[in-house]
Design a protein around this ligand. Structure first.
Ligand code: AR6
Length: 180
């Protein structure tokens, strides 16, 4: 895939906690209920405060691969985009497509709400066990594609919590950049 220079400079891979990021929207790796959970979902609800759960209750859940948006409440980010990644089932249940759909659904909402800066966690690679390298290829391809087509989008952050995930995303970014 071709990655332009301009596109490349708009993606930052960082190691850290997504809840502290100063961006227009952070993405939550949620479950179908949208009523909270562990991992990044738990951290986001904890940092945003109980009003987030109140708003989530009105959303009536979310299908895998889709996304829904709420306010950010006590978070520095104005919005939270909740998406539901696939549970890894050895690649037999269209997991790749469903994961790509998560990124596409988040970007569709970002465009609709005039969001210019957005931070993603590594969707599905925690409790849902999606292999990190495979997931990072999908994530980066979708992000690069969006940056090429959405001129409003200024910056995309990928916030990796642990060192291994961070290093995997960096190496895959390098690999994809080498193909331009
Ligand atoms: N900031 C950034 N990344 C984080 C943070 C944080 N504060 N905390 C964890 N991660 P997971 P999933 C990383 O399990 O696999 C929830 O219970 C984590 O290290 O949060 O999509 C939901 O309710 C990993 O790299 O999400 C669902 O039931 C990545 O975020 C289920 O887990 C994703 O791990 C979703 O599973």
């Amino acid at each position: 895939m071709k990655i332009g220079k301009k596109t490349h400079s708009h993606v930052s891979i960082v190691q850290g906690d997504i809840t502290t990021q100063m961006v227009d929207a952070i993405v939550n790796a949620a479950n179908n209920s949208l009523l909270g959970g562990g991992g990044v979902d738990g951290a986001i609800h904890q940092a945003a405060g109980p009003m987030l759960l109140e708003e989530c209750r009105t959303l009536k859940g979310c299908e895998t691969g889709n996304a829904k948006i709420t306010r950010g409440y006590n978070l520095p980010a104005n919005h939270v985009i909740h998406t539901v990644g696939p549970v890894w089932q050895e690649g037999t249940h269209d997991e790749d497509t469903l994961l790509a759909n998560c990124y596409r659904s988040c970007f569709a909402l970002a465009r609709k709400h005039g969001i210019r800066t957005i931070a993603f966690p590594s969707i599905s690679t925690g409790v849902y066990r999606f292999p990190v390298k495979r997931a990072s290829r999908i994530a980066l391809k979708e992000i690069f594609h969006e940056l090429e087509t959405n001129i409003e989008l200024e910056r995309v952050l990928i916030v990796c919590f642990d060192r291994t995930t961070y290093e995997t995303y960096l190496s895959v970014e390098k690999e994809l950049s080498g193909t331009k």
